[in-house]
Design a protein. Sequence first.
Length: 104
Amino acid sequence: MFKRLLGLALTFGMAATAPPVFAASCATRDSLVEQLEKKYSETLTVGGLQQTTSSQSVVEVWSSEKTGTFTVLLTRPNGISCVVAAGTDFFKAKAVPISDEIES
């Protein structure tokens, strides 16, 4: 459980501290998804709903094992998506089985 929380915190923490240049990378979600699929062979890996006191948005991580790239998109209710992080050397973490037993 801790590893999952840590992974999510790191992912969304990176998104929150993305360089300002990514803020200018906004367009309709459809056009950004088309670029991610065609140019980088990325597919939707994970996503979730981010809710603040004033609005909601969808956070998505797109990635490609083929190219090793990943992109984090933030989509607002108006359909505009922004690239908040992008990088290389993408990898998938191994799932850790959760046990109900207490170790002594």
